[in-house]
Design a protein around this ligand. Sequence first.
Ligand code: RNT
Ligand code: ZN
Length: 425
Amino acid sequence: MYEAEKDKILNDYYNAKEIYAKFDIDIDKVLDKMKKIRISLHCWQGDDVTGFEKSANGLSGGGILATGNWPGRARNGEELRQDIEKALSLIPGKHKINLHAIYAETDGEFVDRDEINVEHFRKWIYWAKENGLGLDFNPTFFSHPKANDGYTLSSKDENIRKFWIQHGKRCREIANEIGRELKTQCVNNVWIPDGSKDLPANRIEHRKILKESLDEIFSVKYDKSNIVDSVESKLFGIGSESYVVGSHEFYMNYASRNDVMLCLDMGHFHPTENIADKISSILTFNDNLLIHVSRGVRWDSDHVVILNEDLLSLAKEIRRCDAYDKVYIALDFFDASINRIMAWVIGARATLKAILISLLEPVHLLMEEENKGNFGARLALMEEFKTLPFYSVWNKYCMDENVPIGTSWIDDVKEYEKEIVKNRA
Ligand code: RNT
Ligand code: ZN
C-alpha cells in the first residue's frame, strides 16, 4: 500500500476517534474486541454443497437448493482449500472454516457416511494447523440414497434410522478429535431435512422418533473444550412445505432440556420474521447460541449475505445483550450464479461490518435514555448513530489485518478467476 493511502486511512481514523469519543466510545478498544471475533466460513459455498463423495452428483434432496452455473467450482480438496485461502486473504481477522461430512477425503475409495472417521479429514486438519484456523463440523444428512424418502433420523424404517444415527455418532467423534488436535473448540451442528411435501396425518410419531435418535447420538459425552453440539431448526423446505420434523419448537425444547446448543438460521423462519428478537429469549435460558447467517429472498434461498437491516439488527442485538462471547456466528449461504469467492468475501465482509457497527454503537446512551423514560430521545439517538463514521474504523481494521481496503479486493478476485478458476474444465 502507498504511504499516502496509509496516511489517509490513519487520518480518517483519528477523526473518527474524536467523533466517537464524544459518545464515550473508544475505537481503539473496539478494534481490540473486533480482532478477537471469529466467524465460521462455510466451505460449501465453494462447490455448491457438492462434496467429494465418489458418487457425488451435486446437492440432492433435503429441501436445499443451489442455483446457477458460474464456471469453475472447486472439485476437490486442493481446489477448495486454495479458493478458501484466496477468500481468507481478502477477509479481515482470524476465523474458522465450517466443514460438512461430505468433504471427507477418502483417496478415491467409497466410504459410506456411517464409516467415515477422522483419518478422512487429516488434510483439512493439517491445513487448518498450517493456517492457524479453527474448524467446525456438520454431519451430512442429505444428498444420499438413504435420505431419498425424505426421512433420516426420524425415519420409521429402523435400518435407515440406524444408519443415520451411526453417521451422527461418527461425526461427533470426528468433531471431538478435530477440536482436540487444533486446541480450538469445534462446533458440530446437526441439521436434518426430514419432512413432507403434503399434509401428514401423523406429525407426532416422527418427532418422537427424532427425539430418541438424538438422545442416542448425544449419549456419548465429550469434553466441551473440544466439541460443542448444536441442533438447527427449519420452518419449511422445497419438498417439505407442509411439515418439517425438526421445527423451531422441537429443537428449542430439545436444546434446553439436553445441554445442547440451539442453532437459528436466518432463513429458517417465516419470510418476514427477524430472528434478532429471539436472541435475548434464548440466552435467558441457555448459555450459548449458534447463528447461521444467511439471506432468504422470499423463501430459504440462501442468497449471499449483505449488509441489510436483518443483519444489522442481528448484530446490534447480540451487542445489546453483551453476548459476543456466547453467540457463535457461522455463515450459511450458497450462490452458484456468481463468482464463488466473491460470494464468500461479500458475505464475510458484510457480517464483520455489521459486527463492527454494533460494537461502535453507544449502547449505554440508548439505555440511559430508556431508563429515564425518554423514548423520543432514544429513537433520535438510534437514528443519529446510524450515520457515525464506522467506515473509517473498518478501513483501519482492514489495514491492521493486512487485507485490501475498500473495493480493491474485487480486482484481486477477478485476477484469480482468470488465472486459476477459469482453467478448471
Ligand atoms: C439447510 C440448513 C443447513 C445447510 C448446511 C449446508 O437449510 O441451513 O445449515 O445449509 O448444513
Ligand atoms: Zn443453516
